[in-house]
Write a protein that binds this ligand. Sequence first.
Ligand code: NDP
Length: 399
Amino acid sequence: VFKDFITGFPKESDMEVVTTDKVRLKIPEGSTAVLLKNLYLSCDPYMRWRMTMHDEPPCIPDFVPGSVVTGDGVGEVVDSSNPDFKVGDLVRGITGWEEYSLITAPKMLSKIRYTDVPLSYYTGVLGMPGLTAYAGFHEICSPKNGEYVFVSAASGAVGQLVGQFAKLMGCYVVGSAGSDEKVNLLKNKFGFDEAFNYKEEPDLNAALKRDLKKRFRLVKKKVFARATTPEKTDQIGTSSGISVEARHMCGCKQPARILSTISLSSGDRRSVIRSFPEGIDIYFENVGGPMLDAVLSNMRKHGRIAMCGMISQYNLDKPEGVHNLFYLIAKSIRMEGFLVSDFIHKYPQFEEITAQYVKDGKINYVEDKVVGLENAPAALVGLFAGHNVGRQLVVVSHE
Ligand code: NDP
């Protein structure tokens, strides 16, 4: 339950978990309502907007103090008097942060089409963030093969997909994220060409321009081996040190079979760390603030900026100014804001294409799940400290 309007950073204590028997689990007679058993709820930065009272809410209504938090989710229909939904249907859309929700006007619900992918994906890669990434990148950025693309908050629900859509288009992609673990994901799970931890960059401008040759030192290797008999295999396990031969590890006379050797350091090769020495064609903006200013001065002529979000500004009483807007003129840059709701009509096309990418293994998606409604407030608040690694969602009940 949302307690009351806030200013500044949201806190867990801005919401409370209550148990009540006052919820009506019966469909009112003569209505076209649907009773949902909620399975997955998604935590989204836009929910912070709804925690502040607006004279004229910008795009979605403010939360109502004392009422259940609402947001995107996935659920199962357990009762229905609506001709469009029957018991057992799996649906996605706007629901309540509660175990069961009585949805009196289910126009914001739609049936789930693919059940051969994880159902929770309908809060992420096949849900609202997925459509945001798909439409924002393809429709707003007008990408072309070979272009230079930069994504901020790149490991999150939206960003990880923007980067992968850009790679599928044949673009060169760099992302920024707030921890080394996330940077590693960007490069090794999502296929970004380069990535950096913006929290460790004293000069964002320099990070964006970087063109550095680096030589990594080999530290040690891990050897995985199998002996000639299954019993001896058990004794081997793994061992550190490249000079260790597998046969020594198991103490047997015959050589064991080396299965794999994994380098524990970054490698012993020369490596080039390259952001955008020639400038950025496309910026997918998720954070705003100093990052936006640094990007503006690194854009190329006729670049495009998709203004998707500005999470660094959502909790500030007074948003930071943007100082480098002049580059929009000097470099003929197009900067365009959008709401995912502008592209609802693209959902069927997006769902079909993206589900196929997922099934073909062309798109990876990382989720960060917490279990239980009691952990939902911390999960939501954690978005603003970067606690989530991938799409943050709450498991209310397994399907
Ligand atoms: P994420 O899953 O990316 O979670 C938010 C992430 O933002 C955090 O994990 C953190 O990652 C980063 N972050 C938090 N605070 C800051 C800060 N002060 N400076 C820089 N980064 C910060 O969220 P989403 O992918 O769901 O959303 C990404 C953006 O897209 C948001 O701005 C959101 O509002 C916007 N959005 C817009 C939509 C639209 O219709 N226009 C629809 C959906 C989302 P890190 O550790 O990397 O700092």
